[in-house]
Design a protein around this ligand. Structure first.
Ligand code: ZN
Length: 408
């Protein structure tokens, strides 16, 4: 039992050693995605190299159709067809260790009229066909409610496997640990691409940077370093927090990159948790980052109520102070190394920073919508340079906060 749990965690963390890493590798491939529209109907076709089980349901705010499938090898985002008919966009990728997901954004209320699997014929492989037709807003809402009921009924049957581990409720007293534990969180992933630049996805940039930072921190020999994800997989926000708590992390660093309408805006910024946002921009950003789960249709109802909220109310002042202390060091060491956003350190209610007992910061490395920032984010030497300045900040943090940490 316990071994299964551990195995599951390793799988989720993407930490399986070499050979075993293929456990969740997809053996089926999505070969092509096609869209067509006519007379108030829109057709979506996935050409798949084999027969796949699927589940289709609707979600609102914003209106979407979700198709859940087993792990599949998905084509590059560039292979995504131009949206037509009711469809305004497509997102796809790994959702859990054993599941992938396609999210179909709708520009108008439309319901799934039929969905079915076709056997190979006339040179085509297996095809999943989803047909949409125009509906009223009222009928769409009814469909969402019906799908939710069906999903809940299904999740109550004992046979349904749950890939998401329950949150760690209690954390025993800290045992003396020779090395500080650092958890690095590569923002977004899998079905959630995050912000998008002209050609760059946030989830790719965050992963590349997180790996670089982890490598540099490990090289010092002074820290135990974990990543929340080391591959292209979606991880719910609360789970990222739980990973930090499970490892009894002494520091949690969440890595992101932003996108904004005003393309001249650029520079790095850093955020710590506060119920009151320091400004409107910080508040809007937190709202955007917190939407990660909503956008891919992660269902909060399936999981026990949030524990972090009550605990955070107890005002974990020490944790907050340490987070601020680290953020200050990051700003200090990054100044002169790269362009910083004005008022570089800001505060807002980011869900991913809500571990009550782990000092946590969220770093927005830059703006994918700014050409110079995008170029930097794609540059391995820039990433090395910034990771180096973060290592300096981590070193400073653990030498200066040693006294404080002992009393924790
Ligand atoms: Zn982000």
């Amino acid at each position: 039992m316990r071994l299964t749990m551990v195995f599951r965690w390793f799988l989720l963390l993407g930490l399986m050693p070499g050979g075993l890493g293929t456990v969740s590798a997809a053996d089926m491939r999505v070969q092509n995605i096609r869209l067509g529209a006519s007379d108030g109907a829109t057709r979506l076709v996935l050409e798949i190299s084999g027969r796949a089980d699927f589940n289709v349901f609707s979600l609102d705010t914003p209106r979407r159709i979700v198709v859940d499938l087993p792990s599949l090898d998905w084509p590059d985002v560039s292979a995504s067809p131009e949206p037509v008919g009711h469809i305004s966009g497509l997102r796809f990728g790994q959702f859990t260790a054993t599941q992938s997901r396609l999210v179909v954004d709708l520009n108008a209320p439309a319901i799934v009229w039929r969905s079915f699997m076709l056997d190979p014929a006339s040179g085509f492989p297996h095809r999943l066909v989803v047909d949409l037709k125009t509906s009223s807003a009222e009928n769409f809402a009814k469909q969402v409610a019906a799908d939710r009921m069906a999903k809940r009924a299904k999740s109550l049957t004992p046979s349904s496997p749950s890939v998401i581990s329950p949150p760690v409720i209690s954390q025993g007293p800290r045992e003396p640990n020779p090395k500080p534990v650092i958890v690095i969180d590569a923002g977004h992933g899998g079905v959630d691409p995050g912000a998008t630049g002209r050609k760059t996805l946030e989830k790719q940039v965050t992963l590349a940077f997180s790996k670089e930072l982890a490598q540099q921190l490990r090289k010092t020999g002074k820290y135990d370093v974990y990543l929340t994800r080391s591959r292209d997989i979606y991880i719910p926000l609360r789970q990222r927090v739980n990973i930090a708590r499970k490892h009894k992390a002494d520091l949690f660093i969440s890595i992101h990159a932003d996108a904004i309408k005003r393309k001249n805006i650029r520079g790095m910024s850093i955020y710590t948790l506060s119920e009151t946002a320091s400004d409107k921009e910080a508040e809007a950003l937190a709202r955007k980052e917190n939407r990660s789960d909503i956008i891919v249709g992660f269902d909060f109802d399936d999981h026990p109520p949030e524990i972090a909220n009550t605990l955070i109310d107890l005002s974990q002042r020490l944790t907050k102070n340490l987070s601020v202390e680290f953020a200050n060091l990051v700003v200090k060491n990054a100044r002169g190394t790269t362009r910083l956003l004005e008022r570089t350190h800001r505060f807002a209610g980011f869900r991913v920073l809500k571990a009550p007992d782990v000092p946590s910061v969220l770093i927005e490395l830059g703006f994918l919508t700014n050409r110079s920032d995008e170029k930097q984010l794609l540059s391995a030497s820039w990433r090395r340079k910034i990771a180096k300045s973060l290592v300096k900040s981590v070193n400073g943090f653990f030498s200066s906060s040693q006294q404080v940490r002992m009393t924790q």
